[in-house]
Design a binder for this molecule. Structure first.
Ligand code: PLP
Length: 421
């Protein structure tokens, strides 16, 4: 028995399903989850001592790779001064300044502890500002696990094969209107019907939780126009996208400003953090200034803030995006032919990619659900055997980081090209 298998047995006695987040359980690919022991740069070593090139990157935060020296120094120096104070600190201001410098269209930042908290609070804020309740959400988009969002959500919910969650009162999801991603005509119809009742449209401007699905031309601008026309707010959930394709948000880079943007993952550099940002007219509705309540014992935790700050500073100074994109483009180009021959393709933006076992193009959740999931399972385990760690689900994105070299990507290319079902 492998050490990972032994650990998984122990874990299952003590932790539901053996995991603290469902998709880690390998349910959609089968087999035993690989337990990681340590990692550095682009590589991770399992509890069994096996080395993997890691293309999961902790599900996205590690755009600089694992355990980068300057980031570790920031963690250690900050932790040595005290793990948490529950008071105001200068570091929080510095991180807010850094985020606003990189997203000039926003005025204020509120830090929370996870992407889930960010989206949950962004929705409360949108409802508080507008005094309305109804929300439009897209099938296959995942916005964390707050009750309101567990309607046809992506990521782990898709992997588990359920479209919603027990324990969520019908009343909570009653106000959530579900639309296929990229279907602007349906959004318009609902907006016309709801009129003054619509509080917000929430969307991943690039969808990353049903695998990587791009917005069609005009989709995001259409959402912006519709929200403006009825006085609702547009929420861009950039927990995955933020600082991913360039040193800013996706919305800022394409010139479509959401009213509220949610952030997470990269802005914590691997530590638990989330944030939401907006103009001050919106943010000042938050307590203690306004009547929309939000709080957190560990919000703005100095160690998490220092990790995120150092990560953003490095991204700004080094701008690794061009090189990450070059490696992503090479991966896409050098596998296109062999994948086409087995009815598969890579969808990619920058260093974010999903290998879909479908011919494509895919534009929404229904399309993705037509993929060959058995083939993905088989592929996944062959990649593991070749020393390549991908996120264990067809519904997820993989990430090339600044720590991956061309040689690392060549190993992935060779493994993909050698794959035979
Ligand atoms: N929003 C998006 C787009 C996400 O991808 C995720 C997590 O993957 C979340 C929100 C929730 O973030 P967290 O897992 O930090 O709660």
């Amino acid at each position: 028995m492998t050490k990972s298998a032994e650990l998984f047995e122990r874990a299952q006695e003590l932790i539901p399903g053996g995991v603290n987040s469902p998709v880690r359980a390998f349910n959609s690919v089968g087999g035993t989850p690989v337990f990681f022991d340590h990692a550095k740069g682009a590589y991770a070593w399992s509890a069994d001592g096996d080395k993997y090139i890691d293309y999961c990157g902790s599900w996205g935060p590690l755009i600089l790779g694992h355990a980068r020296e300057e980031v570790l120094t920031a963690v250690n120096e900050t932790a040595a001064k005290g793990m948490s104070f529950g008071t105001c600190t200068e570091l929080e201001i510095t991180l807010a300044e850094q985020i606003i410098k990189m997203i000039p269209s926003v005025d204020k930042v509120r830090l929370v502890n996870s992407g889930t908290e960010a989206t949950m609070t962004a929705l409360r804020l949108a409802r508080g500002v507008t005094g309305r309740n109804k929300v439009i959400k897209f099938a296959g988009c995942y916005h964390g696990h707050a009750d309101s969002f567990l309607v046809a959500a992506g990521s782990g919910l898709l992997t588990a094969g359920i479209s919603s969650s027990a324990g969520v009162p019908d009343k909570v999801v009653e106000d959530i209107h579900l639309v296929p991603y990229n279907d602007l005509a349906s959004v318009k119809e609902i907006v016309d019907n709801l009129g003054d009742d619509l509080a917000a449209i929430i969307v991943e401007p690039i969808a990353g939780n049903m695998g990587l699905i791009e917005p069609l031309d005009g989709f995001l601008q259409g959402l912006k126009d519709l929200t403006q026309s009825c006085g609702a707010l547009l929420i861009f959930d950039e927990v995955i996208n933020g600082f991913r394709l360039g040193p800013t948000t996706y919305g800022q880079s394409i010139g479509i400003e959401a009213d509220i943007t949610t952030l997470g993952k990269i802005i914590g550099g691997g530590m638990p953090i989330g944030a939401f940002v907006a103009k001050k007219e919106i943010m000042d509705h938050l307590s203690p200034l306004g009547d929309v309540y939000q709080a957190g014992t560990l919000s703005g935790n100095p160690v998490a803030v220092a990790t995120g700050l150092k990560t953003l500073q490095i991204l700004e100074a080094e701008s690794p995006y061009g090189e990450i994109d070059r490696l992503g483009a090479k991966l896409e180009a050098d596998t296109r032919e062999s994948l086409a021959s087995i009815g598969a393709h890579i969808k990619r933006l920058g260093g974010v990619f999903t290998l879909f076992f479908a011919k494509g193009p895919l534009t929404n959740l229904d399309d993705v659900q037509g993929c060959d999931f058995d083939r993905f399972k088989d592929f996944y385990h062959k990649m593991l055997a070749a020393g390549i760690y991908l996120p264990p689900s067809q519904y997820e994105c993989a990430f090339i980081s600044a720590a991956h070299t061309e040689a690392d990507v060549d190993v992935l290319i060779a493994a993909i090209n050698a794959y035979t079902p």
